[in-house]
Design a protein around this ligand. Structure first.
Ligand code: PLP
Length: 446
């Protein structure tokens, strides 16, 4: 197709690396979300809201390091502190002062975190949160919501086709999948029915702004109902704030919506653009990891090794990033720019009478496009009206071509043609994105 031809013409260096990568990695990639046909771009460097590929093409970046970059790429202070700490050693095999500063920085912003443990990723954090909940309650089951993503460990059986029908993903034991209950987001009646039908639920885990970082929106009233219903039944409520933490507000979605979970999981922004995650929350629940508490209970504690837990370089970068974002109003700035971007892109859709809509809240934006559900007015689009929509209904080939067309025009969107903004995105980036989008639509029509 002409779009693919234009993409190939601009990216010979990426094409060469992608061919080599296919001899090394399944599908030639190292993260499923980087899967793009004919191939994804290979990036060499990045700064603020922009990044540059190996062919020298510049992109306005909305991939945002999978959400890790609220302060933009290579923030000068964060990278300086990380480099200084790295020069002193990368792994002490010992406690170190930075991990204390890092924990304090989180606790200052997120008051529900009374005790915290650092992990190497968000997946590890949600895994530990569920184990803590099972240990604390003595119950086996976990309730999760269709379309919500929590990483790839066994309890979050994230198969591509089977992901929300309750069946085990390839390689996951059926017995594990059977202990994961599924409910539909925003279905108050369904929620109560599931909770009433099971008295052995340890935890409910939720993406507090909605599935896949808000692609399927969550009604804040549903979040409040979930808090109430779980508290009544002794079920622990886990907010997966891996994306929303330190993004939608310095204190995450729990600050933005005024709902206090029992446990929270963090990653991404937490570590200032380096690897790192954390689980934190109620002290009595976190005591499941405590040697003395276990001894007092006369039972084993939950094991938690992890070579790179609280890695000093991540700790230093994270501590610095959390301080900067709290001091500079970065969350609000990114949210305001995202609102302006959504408006501009919807203006492009409306002008050209394209029946889609951009939506989202805070510093996120998503594209709604489904052939059988045309949107009459993108400005009047209500994402809550579509909350049960499965992501698999998306027109994947159209979205792939749109992504390629946007890359050709210098904009990198995420696999759903949306993205996350940083506090470094500016009016100029919005202008460039709106122009690129108009041109990409024209290319789609050719
Ligand atoms: N939870 C949510 C909401 C996420 O978006 C992600 C990753 O995108 C994870 C958990 C898993 O985090 P990680 O990729 O650090 O393992």
């Amino acid at each position: 197709s002409p779009i693919e031809a234009a993409f190939r013409e601009r990216t010979p260096g990426s094409a060469e690396l992608a061919a080599e990568a296919r001899t090394l990695f399944p599908s030639g990639i190292t993260h499923d979300a980087r899967h793009l046909k004919p191939y994804g771009i290979y990036v060499e460097r990045a700064a603020g809201p922009r990044k540059w590929d190996v062919d020298g093409n510049e992109y306005v970046d909305y991939f945002g390091g999978h959400g890790a970059l609220l302060l933009g790429h290579a923030h000068p202070e964060v990278t300086r502190v990380a480099a200084e700490v790295m020069a002193q050693g990368t792994q002490f095999g010992a406690n170190h002062p930075w991990e204390l500063r890092w924990a304090e920085a989180v606790m200052k912003l997120v008051p529900s975190v009374e005790r915290i443990r650092f992990t190497s990723s968000g997946t590890e954090a949600t895994h530990m949160a569920l184990r803590l909940a099972r240990d604390f309650t003595g119950r086996p089951k976990v309730l999760r919501f269709r379309t919500h993503f929590h990483g790839w460990h066994d309890h979050m059986t994230h198969g591509v086709a089977s992901q929300f029908d309750g069946s085990a993903a390839p390689g996951v034991l059926a017995g594990v999948a059977e202990n994961a209950l599924l409910a539909d987001p925003n279905d108050f009646v369904g929620l109560r029915a599931v909770l009433d039908a099971h008295d052995d639920i340890a935890a409910a885990i939720v993406e507090p702004t909605g599935g896949s970082t808000g692609y399927t929106a969550l009604d804040p009233d549903f979040l409040r109902a979930l808090r109430e219903e779980t508290a009544k039944r002794g079920i622990l409520l886990v907010f997966d704030e891996v994306v929303t933490g330190f993004r939608v507000a310095p204190g995450g979605a729990q600050e933005a919506f005024g709902v206090r979970p029992d446990l929270s999981t963090f990653a991404k922004i937490l570590a200032g653009g380096l690897p790192g995650g954390a689980v934190g929350g109620r002290r009595d629940v976190m005591d499941g990891l405590d040697f003395d508490a276990a001894e007092a209970r006369k039972r084993d504690k939950i094991g938690h090794p992890g070579t790179f837990n609280a890695n000093p370089v991540s700790a230093a970068a994270g501590t610095t990033a959390l301080r900067i974002l709290a001091e500079t109003g970065a969350c609000d700035k990114a949210s305001a720019t995202a609102a302006a971007l959504r408006e501009r892109l919807n203006g492009v859709l409306k002008d050209r009478r394209v029946p889609w809509a951009f939506y989202g809240n805070f510093s996120l934006f998503h594209l709604f496009v489904q052939a059988d559900r045309p949107v009459a007015d993108p400005f009047a689009f209500d994402p809550l009206s579509l909350s049960a929509t499965r992501m698999k209904d998306r027109p994947k080939e159209l979205i792939r071509r749109l992504r390629l067309a946007m890359l050709v025009n210098g904009v990198d969107l995420n696999p759903m043609c949306g993205g996350l903004l940083s506090a470094t995105h500016t009016e100029a980036d919005i202008d460039a994105t709106a122009a690129a989008f108009a041109e990409a639509l024209a290319m789609l029509r050719r």
